[in-house]
Design a protein around this ligand. Structure first.
Ligand code: PGA
Length: 256
């Protein structure tokens, strides 16, 4: 979109079960990445594969991301992963506040601390927001505003430029192309998110924040959603686990 680099993020979630399959998915994405002229690709494998995958050499427009991080740098936090360790491994991005983590109890306050910690560690947080259902009175707009406000409460205008927002309505996640959001509704929401950021911070910085859409993004619908939806790219779940489908999706976004 309008001058910003397009971004497609593959969120592999808790898949695949074997490192060999993870390597295969990465190599497929990596074969496509150099052919893209306007689009950067981020793959977000499970933590357990990051070390092996980041050790392989990849195209310069393919980046690694994690699916979560902790807010402390180091210490006695059994099972948590430091943003600094992720940076040291070669991660440039981290997904924060995915609805599947929020469903497990993650709060806006947790997300806010993670966002600030990621930025401190020099990693770009991809902050997920999204309502579980829509009501005819439009209350979901204030829900999204509260999620954004709460998830960015530790940020300042100065360091906000490092973040991306992923709008992922929960009702559209994990379905198929025809169940994704209506493009006009996406455009309205993208404008609303930028307006909310500009009220919280500054207009110029808010206009530079990439907004991604997630929720049944597939090769069939990404061009339409990209051209008319006012977004800068996509956060892709199930389609990022299909090597051929993901390659087609990437090419379609690049050619839109
Ligand atoms: P989906 O998932 O592409 O399978 O809908 C998106 C996500 O949960 O990030």
């Amino acid at each position: 979109m309008q001058g910003k680099k397009r971004l497609v993020v593959g969120n592999w979630k808790m898949n695949p079960l074997w490192l060999e399959d993870a390597k295969y998915l990465l190599s497929a994405a990596n074969r496509t990445a150099p052919r893209l002229t306007k689009t950067s690709v981020v793959v977000c494998p499970p933590f357990v594969y990051l070390s092996a995958l980041t050790a392989t050499s990849v195209s310069k427009n393919l980046y690694f991301g994690a699916q979560d991080t902790f807010w402390e740098r180091r210490g006695s936090y059994t099972g948590e992963v430091s943003p600094d360790s992720l940076f040291n491994l070669g991660c440039d991005y981290v997904i924060v506040g995915h609805s599947e983590r929020r469903a497990l109890g993650e709060t806006n306050e947790d997300v806010s601390k993670k966002v600030a910690a990621a930025v401190r560690a020099d990693i770009r947080p991809i902050i997920c927001v999204g309502e579980s259902e829509r009501d005819e009175h439009g209350h979901y707009f204030s829900f999204i505003r509260d999620q954004i406000t709460g998830s960015l409460s530790d940020m300042t205008t100065k360091n906000l430029e490092h973040v991306c927002i992923a709008y992922e309505p929960i009702w559209a996640i994990g379905k198929s192309a025809e169940d994704a959001i209506d493009v006009r509704e996406l455009q309205t929401m993208a404008l609303f998110i930028t307006k909310t950021l500009s009220e919280l911070f500054s207009r110029s910085v808010s206009e530079s924040i990439p907004i991604l859409y997630g929720g049944s993004a597939e090769p069939e619908n990404v061009q339409h959603l990209f051209v008319h939806g006012g977004v800068d790219g996509f956060l892709v779940g199930h389609e990022s686990l299909d090597a051929d489908g993901f390659r087609l999706l990437l090419s379609n976004v690049d050619q839109a």
